[in-house]
Design a protein. Structure first.
Length: 177
């Protein structure tokens, strides 16, 4: 990872940790980092440290972020997201008929995954199945290329919390796609 991207990620994670930190309980012990109430941390903070915060360098979301951020500037533009969505659609559309069946859509897992958390994978697949119904705006049982693109554009806008047209690592991680 480039130094600047890493520095921005660490800065963003630290900002997030401060913004969401809570007062530790009386029995919480100070630690070298901040966690999600587990591992080495102050117990209740959100962010870097022994918990599952932004600081984990091998997190699958980081690989996905880097793959979408094709210019390597540390943010994902709407154009980069659109290009990614077009590539994903093409990969899913196995018969190249310019529309996805539910089976085509569900057969492809999104992004880097390691299979460590089967409960989380099941939750994400459930969300993905629900998204298919939402994106099938003409209710024909298929998601066409235009519907797929519009769905991704809407999710991009929702994730872009500050409306600057780019997703930072914090915005990307918080999007729950």
């Amino acid at each position: 990872m480039k130094r600047r991207t890493l520095a921005l990620t660490i800065l963003a994670a630290g900002t997030l940790a401060v913004a969401f930190a809570t007062v530790p309980s009386a029995d919480a012990q100070p630690g070298p980092g901040m966690g999600w109430g587990q591992g080495a941390g102050r117990g209740q903070g959100a962010g870097m440290g022994g918990g599952m915060g932004m600081g984990r360098p091998d997190a699958p979301w980081r690989e996905r972020f880097a793959a979408i951020d094709t210019d390597g500037n540390g943010a994902i533009s709407a154009a980069e997201m659109r290009e990614q969505a077009e590539g994903v659609f093409a990969a899913m559309d196995v018969n190249s008929d310019d529309r996805l069946t539910r089976e085509e859509y569900m057969a492809v897992r999104m992004g880097a995954q390691r299979g460590y958390n089967t409960d989380r994978q099941a939750q994400m697949q459930s969300r993905k199945a629900a998204r298919f119904g939402t994106w099938d705006t003409d209710r024909d049982g298929f998601v066409g290329a235009a519907e797929f693109a519009k769905g991704h554009e809407a999710e991009f806008r929702d994730a872009d919390r500050n409306g600057d047209g780019a997703l930072t690592p914090v915005e990307f991680r918080g999007r729950n796609w």
